[in-house]
Design a protein around this ligand. Structure first.
Ligand code: PLP
Ligand code: COI
Length: 338
């Protein structure tokens, strides 16, 4: 096997040895297939290609200080995948099927789990697609559930250094009664245009506002939002943002650090009052936000070029659990017997 420069990995697809697949037809899931094929054969009229009947998940496996390999809260990803599937009227894999398949995938790709100390991890990408050929817009009863993986480094090239993000009102990511609260490809399709404009102008990500009034903070294109103010961890509550598993974990960690936790609508004006702002998610972990630029008002919110005290403490506490350096008192990790 080629030598991988683990410490230099970004968040890109890297070919591994195997992926795992299940096909759903005739009302039931078939057995797991393990393959080294990176491609799949698909009907040109498959529902996922035309009507966005596609959803996915993202979770990581970490090689710990003690050599053990741990998945972080895979049961939570399984539950969220099921809620996404329910929304798109696709068949739902069971939690057990999801978690067992993740474990098998990690075992089969042992050579691609980054060594401890490199800062990298193995990212798992479960995906569920409506693969039945159809022409009319309707639910389909044939689907494929696939999980592949890729060793990854930081999502933002800045790593744990503060990023610059932009507030862009031209395009909304999701509607109040749309699909923002489930992890479907369409949400990302509607964030691409503003995301590209942000990148061209030197910003790492877009902060989206509520699409009804543009008065409240929703989330970043690939991560949830949190702010710290006077001993309080504040994060938006909305029906159109993704319920992040990292954010859920950070709310517990924040409480353990003695912070108060508020999950509620967060008005745009509050951006002026935060001492720290961050983006959180599986890929992003915690990416501190150093600067937010409002494209329309041209207002700049500056949170400094240093990582804030609580962002650092929460990041360390989370990674200590993920890499097996701290006691996992909430049983968040699932060890993979290698
Ligand atoms: N919000 C969006 C839009 C995302 O794509 C992600 C990534 O999964 C998150 C939030 C963070 O969710 P999680 O912490 O479960 O990875
Ligand atoms: C994740 O954090 O797992 C994501 O899905 C973010 C992004 C790559 C879409």
């Amino acid at each position: 096997m080629e030598n991988i420069e683990w410490g230099k990995l970004g968040f890109n697809y890297y070919k591994t040895a195997y992926n795992v697949r299940f096909h759903f037809a005739d009302g039931k899931w078939g057995d797991m297939e393990v393959t080294d094929d990176e491609y799949m054969r698909m009907h040109i009229s498959a529902a996922c290609l035309h009507y966005g009947l596609e959803l996915f998940e993202g979770l990581k496996a970490f090689r710990g200080e003690d050599g053990k390999v741990r998945l972080f809260r895979p049961d939570e990803n399984a539950k969220r995948l099921r809620s996404s599937a329910e929304r798109l009227c696709l068949p739902m894999p069971s939690i057990e099927m999801f978690v067992d398949a993740c474990k098998e995938l990690v075992r089969r790709n042992a050579d691609f789990i980054p060594p401890y100390g490199t800062g990298a991890s193995l990212y798992l990408r479960p995906m569920l697609i409506g693969s039945k050929a159809c022409l009319g817009v309707k639910a389909v009863d044939e689907a494929d559930f696939i999980i592949f993986c890729s060793p990854v480094g930081p999502y933002f090239k800045e790593g744990m250094k503060p990023i610059k993000a932009v507030i862009d009102r031209e395009q909304d990511r999701s509607a109040p009664r749309g699909t923002g609260d489930v992890k479907v490809g369409g949400n990302y399709a509607s964030s691409i245009f503003s995301g590209e404009r942000a990148h061209r102008n030197g910003y790492s990500n877009v902060l989206f506002l509520d699409s009804a009034k543009h008065e409240f903070i929703e989330e970043f294109g690939a991560a949830n939002f949190f702010g710290i103010r006077q001993g309080c961890y504040i994060t938006p509550k909305s029906t159109s943002i993704l319920p992040s598993i990292t954010n859920k974990s950070l709310r517990q960690i924040a409480l353990d650090l003695g912070l108060e936790v508020q999950e509620r609508p967060v008005a745009l004006e509050e951006l002026d009052t935060f001492e720290e702002v961050g983006a959180c998610g599986t890929a992003a972990v915690i990416s501190p936000v150093g600067q937010l630029y409002d494209l329309d008002t041209q207002k700049v919110y500056d949170y400094g070029s240093e990582v804030g005290e609580y962002s650092r403490k929460m990041y360390d506490a989370l990674q200590d659990i993920q890499y097996g350096r701290a006691k996992d008192k909430y049983n968040w990790t699932v060890e993979v017997e290698m």
